[in-house]
Write a protein that binds this ligand. Sequence first.
Ligand code: TXA
Ligand code: MG
Length: 313
Amino acid sequence: MIGKRIAEAKQWLEKEDVVAIPTETVYGLAGNALSAQAVSRIYAVKNRPSFNPLILHFASPAALNDLVTTIPLQAKALMEAFWPGPLTLLLPKSERVPDLTTAGNQLAAFRMPNHPVTLELLNALSFPLAAPSANPSGYISPTQANHVEEQLGQSIPYILDGGSCRMGLESTIVGWLNNEPTVFRYGALPVEEIEAITGKLALPVDHKLQAPGMLSSHYAPETRLVLDATDEEKQKHNPQDIIEMRFQNQGIGEWEKIVLSTAGNLAEAARHLFATMRELDNKNKRIIFAQTVPDVGIGKAINDRLRRASARN
Ligand code: TXA
Ligand code: MG
């Protein structure tokens, strides 16, 4: 059921059940991060591989005190600058965080989301919420309550409706490898803003333990998505069979097209990206053609998601 009752979401969570919650990035599938029962339920509902760890969410940085062993100075500076907001930090977990929540990793992922409804919910709870994006594993993340309803509505008791997600792309993930700040996932907070505080970030490297959000095929529609095809390639197809998602302008060709931001604004394109991919997927065409956007700011995260959406494992 979709609704706006924070008290009802709280009741389910206190019973170790799971509910969907809004954030400024995407909707999350939330459960008590300290309860093995709730965390197992999250993995089951999403059909998520058990090696893919979850992010812990809370309403105040003070909640971190008994969840981590140490906090690097740079991490403190980033929290002050960007929390609440779309930044997830990887920090060494304390014993209070169950191994199940971090899939056995000694680092856990932490974030203070910036959505008034979810902050109110978190403030009313005595535990942090583990919350992956509220989509079946591998599919496009939901940015509206009805996206969650369509796919997980039968499996969860409540979807807390907080409207359309303001940013539309998942949080940026930063951790420290040998004291070196490293991006683990491009996301809604531009790396340039983080680097203004930390200095140059190391690039995502192929670490097995952090794999999943970095798996090559992820955030993917059912329909084949082809990136940056030439006009000649598109024209080889029957216009009825294809559909195109473009960044700024209409381009050429007879087939149906959707433009993400006529003003050429990357933040607007990010906000519309996942909802548009779902809409195009539901048209059951043979191919979705898409194009990469300028590779700056949030554009890096848009391009990252488009590449993964186009990859086939
Ligand atoms: O914006 C977001 O981050 C959303 C909202 C709901 O907060 N959440 C989200 O969660 O995107 P999820 O589970 O879909 O993606 C989390 C990513 C995964 O790629 C996971 O592998 C990585 O974070 N991750 C989580 N814990 C980690 C850890 N301890 N070490 C390395 N990577 C971790
Ligand atoms: Mg996800």
